[in-house]
Ligand binder design. Structure first.
Ligand code: TRP
Ligand code: SF4
Length: 329
């Protein structure tokens, strides 16, 4: 029996941070052993909100590919490629745009949220409204069975299923309805205790190491009630403790006890975390060094992924045109 198909996309945000890694990429690395995996960089999606400033576009793509490789994605096991290298995504998006009711797009919760949250940007565009339609094309063109995503993406997967149903109803059964694979995300706070996000400038990048990493860890906020070393602490509200839970599980009970009793200082607690974090990230840094030392490697990885993906998308588009009876010739 052939393997089930897994597909997911990442926006080219530039360097990934450890929140991206724990929330998504680590899961992709696990999936590549079991499934036929397609992981792509959603560069057209980035344009929907970032069309005004494309200065960092190429560099960001390069960084994401390097970090995906560093994280353990293996080009021998999964396909890594760029959305825009496969124009069929755009063709299917166009065809889906013909059959997708405006009301579905206008009612999409992420659309309404983003319009409010990104008030400073002009995203009242045709392209941004159609974002979920493009995402549906990305997914359905590989006839994906599973789509690993975070909870925020669920409305898009639901709309993908609706578009698949509508297409199958109007023409012919071409598309399966994909299932989301909800990632049980370990949530890692940022350096300041808020959600880790590039826009808050509170991230630890996957490539941070040595003094850069040390300084970031040492600058983390802790329980504000602890002024003197022997003040009793509240580990549950301390982001440093949250990191120990993930990167230093073994010592968690001890740290919790000592912090509450005022027996360890925050500086020592952070130094300890820095050591554990460095050790945990070492394999990622080794792979990052490998790809940094091989200038042609990013392009090779993408070329391989693209050529495998191309076979699938060409096949699907033939079926789509045929089902719609627009297969002229
Ligand atoms: N919308 C996703 C995000 O913002 C990125 C994405 C684009 C995607 N196309 C996809 C994710 C297809 C999964 C499947 O993170
Ligand atoms: Fe946080 Fe550690 Fe300080 Fe406790 S001792 S407040 S867990 S940094």
């Amino acid at each position: 029996m052939s393997k089930k198909v897994v597909l997911s996309g990442a926006r080219p945000t530039g360097s990934l941070h450890i929140g991206n890694y724990l929330g998504a990429v680590q899961n992709w690395v696990r999936l590549q052993d079991e499934y036929d995996c397609y992981f792509f960089i959603a560069d057209w999606h980035a344009l929907t909100t970032g069309y005004e400033d494309t200065a960092g576009y190429k560099e960001n793509i390069d960084e994401v590919v390097k970090d995906l490789y560093a994280s353990g994605l293996d080009p021998d096991k999964c396909n890594i490629f760029l959305q825009s290298a496969l124009k069929e995504h755009a063709e299917l998006h166009l065809l889906f745009s013909m059959i997708t009711p405006l009301s579905w797009l206008e009612r999409c919760p992420t659309y309404k949220d983003q319009l409010v949250q990104m008030e400073d940007k002009n995203i009242r565009t045709y392209g941004f409204l159609g974002y979920p339609c493009l995402q549906a094309a990305d997914i359905l063109i590989y006839r994906a069975d599973f789509v690993p995503v975070g909870e925020d993406q669920l409305p898009h997967i639901e709309m993908t299923r609706e578009i698949a149903r509508r297409f199958n109803f109007l023409y012919d059964s071409v598309f399966p309805e994909p299932q989301p694979l909800l990632t049980k995300a370990k949530v890692l706070p940022g350096l300041d205790g808020r959600k880790m996000s590039k826009s808050y400038n509170n991230t630890i990048a996957l490539k941070d190491r040595g003094d850069v990493l040390r300084q970031k860890v040492m600058s983390m906020i802790t329980d504000p009630a602890r002024i003197k070393k022997d003040d009793p602490g509240h580990p549950d509200i301390c982001p440093v403790f949250g990191y120990h839970k993930i990167f230093n599980e073994q010592e968690v009970p001890e740290i919790e006890c000592d912090c509450k009793a005022g027996k360890i200082g925050c500086v020592a607690c952070k130094k300890n975390l820095f050591n554990k974090l460095s050790a945990a990230m070492e394999p990622i840094h080794e792979r990052r060094d490998e790809i940094d030392a091989n200038p042609g490697m990013v392009r090779e990885i993408l070329a391989r992924g693209t050529s495998n993906a191309r076979k699938i998308v060409e096949e699907t588009m033939k079926d789509v045109r045929k089902a719609m009876k627009i297969d002229w010739e």
